[in-house]
Design a protein around this ligand. Structure first.
Ligand code: PLP
Length: 413
């Protein structure tokens, strides 16, 4: 008997119709948007959710008793329920809204790490981290005396797990690694890392900026202590992110920022903190964008993550084989398990020049170090050209990029 599926067949034309921006032209050419790892485009459902909030029920949340305030509060809190279910968190209070992954990581750094680390302790990260999973730990290292250790990366762009096991020791108090690399696409063996770290009593933060949109995330199954999510990389608005944290850890942590909403009682002598999750949501939050994040997740779930992944895997395979057929191109990042990121360098050609010439063809790619300078240094390059694919991209668009690349390389060499 065939397994039943909740989703209808993946229809790329139908999917594309949800994204108004795909109708526009750039430099008089149809837009080919391959900068999805930087930020994804937004479906009309998300844009509508955003404007509906301002058109129909704009109000501050939690404190008001009037109808608009109640509607806005209900919509904001509904996103929390949706995120909880999306990543299978045990409790809704474990979902903290932030500005993005950067703020989520900084929240853990300035609360958990600042109060729990001391000189001699070690923070273990990997050689493929985004700057937002490096710099906060350096800053916390300066305050606490904790040292940063780095899991090296091999020539294929995979973590050298033997080295990970060598680096992990009783001084390691926190392991913070990226689930999927934004520069290489590598999917890291985070379950193995989490289990090994827990064996020696360390806690683990997973940077889910790039994985949440492509992979099924189950924080209970992963058993990670913290998981950071960025809305704008999951077809949602900018300015919103999520920090998932295990309830007992969040409860023991001091607040991140002080102000309204995060308090229970304030007097000049003593202030007490609000319950989770509000203890970590000081001030008026980004209500409209948080409300619209629900529309983004609902949209992804309606299309079906498995179908999206299959489509993106096809695109990645096709793009990789087409790129490899161009003389002088070197792929950076050849891991066995990858999300849909194709990074490459062309011998004797600066990535920025390639990016400009591709833009003239209407093709948006990212060039540079992708906020992973230490990783670029590891490969001995200043940066790459990166094409990253989303649910709405097509093989025809990849053909446009390949044609543009061939033209650009001829011009530049
Ligand atoms: C792997 C990774 N981590 C962190 C970030 C920062 O995320 P945000 O823009 O939500 O602060 C990014 C954004 O590019 C990323 O790709």
């Amino acid at each position: 008997m065939q397994a039943t599926t909740l989703h209808i067949a993946f229809d790329i034309d139908q999917v594309r119709r949800h994204f108004p921006i795909l109708n526009r032209q750039v430099k008089e050419k149809p837009l080919v948007y391959f900068d999805n790892a930087a930020t994804t485009q937004k479906p009309i459902e998300v844009i509508d959710a955003l404007t509906d909030y301002y058109k129909f029920y704009n109000a501050n949340i939690h404190r008001g008793i009037h109808s608009l305030a109640e509607e806005a509060t209900a919509a904001y809190e509904a996103t929390r329920d949706t995120v909880q279910q999306f990543i299978n968190a045990k409790h809704r209070e474990e979902i903290i809204f932030t500005k993005g992954v950067t703020e989520s990581i900084n929240l853990v750094a300035y609360t958990w790490a600042r109060t729990n680390l001391k000189a001699g302790d070690e923070i273990l990260i990997s050689g493929m981290e985004h700057h937002s999973n490096i710099v906060p730990w350096q800053l916390i290292g300066e305050i606490t005396g904790a040292k940063l250790k780095v899991i090296p990366v091999d020539d294929n762009g995979e973590l050298i797990m033997e080295e990970f096991y060598k680096l992990l020791n009783e001084k390691t108090k926190l392991v913070s690694v990226v689930h999927a690399s934004n520069s290489l696409g590598t999917i890291n063996p985070v379950k193995e890392i989490i289990d090994a770290a827990h064996e020696i009593g360390a806690i683990v933060l997973i940077d889910g900026a790039q994985s949440t949109v492509h992979l099924d995330i189950d924080v209970q199954e992963l058993n990670c202590d913290f998981f950071a999510i960025s809305s704008h990389k999951v077809y949602g608005p900018t300015g919103v992110g999520v920090l998932y944290g295990k309830k007992e850890l969040l409860e023991a942590m001091p607040p991140f920022m002080g102000g309204g909403e995060m308090i229970k009682d304030v007097s000049f002598e003593k202030t007490t903190w609000n319950d989770l999750p509000y203890k970590f949501e000081a001030g008026t939050p980004n209500i409209a964008d948080t409300v619209a994040l629900k529309a983004a997740i609902d949209f992804v779930e309606r299309i079906g993550k498995m179908q999206i992944r299959q489509h993106e895997d096809d695109l990645l395979q096709y793009a990789t084989s087409q790129l490899e057929s161009i003389e002088g191109i070197r792929m950076i990042g050849k891991a066995k398990q990858k999300v849909s990121v194709a990074s490459f360098v062309v011998e004797g050609v600066h990535p920025q020049d390639l990016g400009i010439l591709l833009d003239n063809q209407g093709v948006a790619v990212r060039t540079g170090h992708h906020c992973t300078q230490p990783l670029m240094n590891r490969f001995g390059i200043p940066g790459t050209t990166r094409a990253s694919f989303a649910m709405y991209n097509t093989k025809d668009e990849i053909d446009v990029m390949i044609e543009g690349l061939n033209k650009a390389i001829k011009l530049l060499k």
